[in-house]
Design a binder for this molecule. Structure first.
Ligand code: PLP
Length: 396
């Protein structure tokens, strides 16, 4: 038996293994995974870009590259992704990462000593909870309402815990689908300056908007270099490319580059060149637009199915974009223990809310449902099954 390092004892893979197993079972309708719709990957455009890169720049694109990122991608990101959102930065304030997951890991690595406090939303992205645990942070959750983080609770917890960092997913949050109000975004930037706290703004879903108007990132209100914005091409081009970006003060970005060099030298140039080629050709806006009808149809099928089949006592979010809907069930339903029955008897799966909460009891009556991965018909059928189970549970 291998004796693993102590840090591995903080993670139990059991729950996640069950979730993965159920979602891979073809007889189960799975609302568990967070992937974009695979049929939307821009395969033809990627093929053309790869052909061109290999024809014109094969040696550079297959070599080691500079740790901070492929310069054409940094330039194209700033021009085509950051600037339209009002984020103005220079190339030395950007680093390209191997997915935004790596960015979250590296920022935590350079900032957090064991015992340092990080404030997180409740609920929040489960993978990031694990990253923070790996670095032995003390995690404190901040309350949210329908418009995101509650500012009075945030300020109270800043004063009490003196956190080094706040982690927020402000737009179409994973898992809740909620979007933080513009006014609160400004307040968070102001609080970060006032209390000298770093804000990690993890915003991979902001471009997946199907209704309503876009909202400026917290980073646009940052006057003192306290906000670090993480974006990703996983949901807008394809997750398998593993390309993300971080924008922050030069001091923070330099430290991230140092840590990244130690970790993986550089993100592969070929995948960075795919992303820069995609942006330089001006393909992103039309591609995002082309995704809207399919995602909107699936989102609406999910909202309709919840209304039709779920018991009346539930509460659910109505997002304008992203990939997830969050459902709060009455206190008598334990969604963690119910998952086995849902998957094995009713052939439908979800992620129990407890997986997204620092204090697991917080999410025990909730579920996250993904609407991007199934067509409208399957969504309807899956929710019918789940609704039947929930109704039975509630009626004893
Ligand atoms: C909030 C959040 N951050 C980061 C990621 C991961 O992004 P990437 O594929 O760029 O590592 C996800 C993916 O599901 C996410 O939901």
């Amino acid at each position: 038996m291998v004796k693993l390092a102590n840090r591995m004892t903080k993670f139990s893979g059991d729950d996640l293994a069950d979730i993965l197993r159920y979602s891979l079972d073809p007889s189960v309708i799975s609302f568990s995974m967070g992937s974009p719709a695979r049929e939307l990957y821009p395969v033809d455009a990627i093929r053309e870009i790869v052909d061109e890169v290999l024809a014109n720049d094969s040696q550079r694109s297959l070599s080691y590259g500079s740790t901070d990122g492929w310069q054409p991608l940094k330039k194209a990101y700033l021009e085509h992704v950051a600037k339209p959102k009002g984020v103005i930065a220079s190339e030395d304030e950007v680093v390209v990462t191997t997915g935004s997951t790596q960015g979250v890991d590296l920022l935590t690595q350079i900032l957090i000593d064991p015992g340092d406090c990080i404030l997180v939303e409740s609920p929040t992205y489960l993978n990031t909870i694990s990253v923070f645990k790996k670095y032995e942070a003390k995690l404190v959750s901040v309350e949210m309402d329908d418009e995101g983080i509650i500012i009075s609770d945030l300020e109270e917890k800043i004063k009490l815990h003196k956190p080094k960092m706040l982690y927020t997913i402000p737009t179409f949050q994973n898992p809740s689908g909620k979007t933080l109000l513009v006014e609160r975004r400004k307040m968070i930037a102001d609080l970060a300056s006032k209390y000298d706290m770093i804000v990690l703004e993890d915003d991979p879903y902001c471009d997946l908007r199907y209704r309503g108007n876009s909202v400026p990132p917290i980073k646009t209100f940052d006057k003192t270099g306290h906000v670090v914005l993480a974006n990703s091409f996983s949901k807008t081009i394809a997750p398998g490319l593993r390309v993300g970006t971080m924008v922050g003060s030069k001091e923070i970005i330099d430290a991230i580059i140092l840590a990244k060099g130690i970790s993986d030298t550089n993100t592969p140039i070929l995948v960075q060149a795919i992303c820069s080629g995609f942006l330089e050709r001006g393909l992103l806006p039309d591609h995002l637009e082309s995704m809207v009808p399919l995602y909107l149809e699936r989102l609406d099928a999910m909202l309709e199915g919840i209304r039709k089949y779920f018991p009346a006592e539930i509460k659910y979010t109505v997002p304008e974009g992203g990939l997830f809907v969050w459902v709060d069930l009455p206190d008598t339903v334990n969604t963690r223990t119910l998952l086995k029955k849902a998957a094995e008897e009713y052939k439908v799966s979800y992620v129990p809310g407890s997986a997204f909460c620092v204090d697991e009891e917080d999410g025990i009556h909730s579920i996250r449902l993904n609407f991007s991965a199934n067509n409208a018909e399957k969504i309807d059928e899956g929710l019918k099954r789940l609704g039947e189970l929930l109704t039975k549970e509630l009626n004893g």
